[in-house]
Design a protein around this ligand. Structure first.
Ligand SMILES: C[S@@+](CC[C@H](N)C(=O)[O-])C[C@H]1O[C@@H](n2cnc3c(N)ncnc32)[C@H](O)[C@@H]1O
Length: 174
């Protein structure tokens, strides 16, 4: 069956067997990444040391950052840091967080290294992304498959913050 939009199917790849080739952790790509300069103002040294999880191949991360693997990692660190900074500026204390449409964890992989006290969740309509996260990120990050039809299987008012990076712009129904 061909699909024009993500939502043409209620869920993606529910039957597909996950077969992933894994990249090294981000540290392996820092020196060789021409885009490292873009992120020079970020204070990422501790997170880079702490993040020993593999990176997804470009095809397993919605093409983000093409062949620039460190830039992929750093863009997620930047977005995670900005989220927490925005919450702080808003006077909101974050103890639980969901990234809707998290793909293979570009943003959520950073939460435990920035603030391990935050209960971190991700979800995606694509089961292969969910499998990638659950196989390759630590158990402190919990990821489940959701469907295009609301609701999410989470209790009302159980989250302090929800993000959706480049997801709502793709949702045309429900
Ligand atoms: C452009 S990618 C962005 C991925 C990720 N947010 C990031 O910034 O790296 C859009 C993601 O949204 C997911 N998606 C699309 N429609 C969705 C829906 N209704 N519910 C959950 N995820 C959805 C796709 O499977 C894909 O992983």
């Amino acid at each position: 069956m061909s699909s024009k939009n993500w939502e043409d199917l209620v869920a993606l790849n529910s039957q597909s067997e996950p077969v992933f080739n894994l990249l090294e952790p981000a540290k392996a790509y820092e020196a060789g990444d021409k885009r490292r300069e873009w992120f020079r103002d970020l204070d990422f040294a501790n997170a880079l040391e702490a993040d020993i999880w593999p990176l997804p191949e470009t095809k397993d991360r919605e093409g983000y950052s093409g062949p620039h693997h460190f830039a992929y990692w750093a863009s997620g660190f930047r977005d995670a840091s900005n989220l927490l900074e925005a919450a702080k500026n808003h006077g909101t204390e974050i103890s639980s967080y969901l990234d809707l449409g998290c793909a293979s964890g570009r943003v959520i992989r950073h939460l435990p290294h920035i603030d391990p006290s935050i209960d971190t969740w991700g979800c995606d309509i694509n089961r292969l992304h969910v499998e990638w996260c659950n196989l390759n990120l630590g158990p402190e990050i919990k990821v489940f498959q959701n469907h295009s039809i609301p609701n999410l299987p989470m209790a009302d008012n159980s989250l302090d913050m929800i993000s959706a990076f480049s997801v709502l712009s793709h949702i045309e129904a429900f």
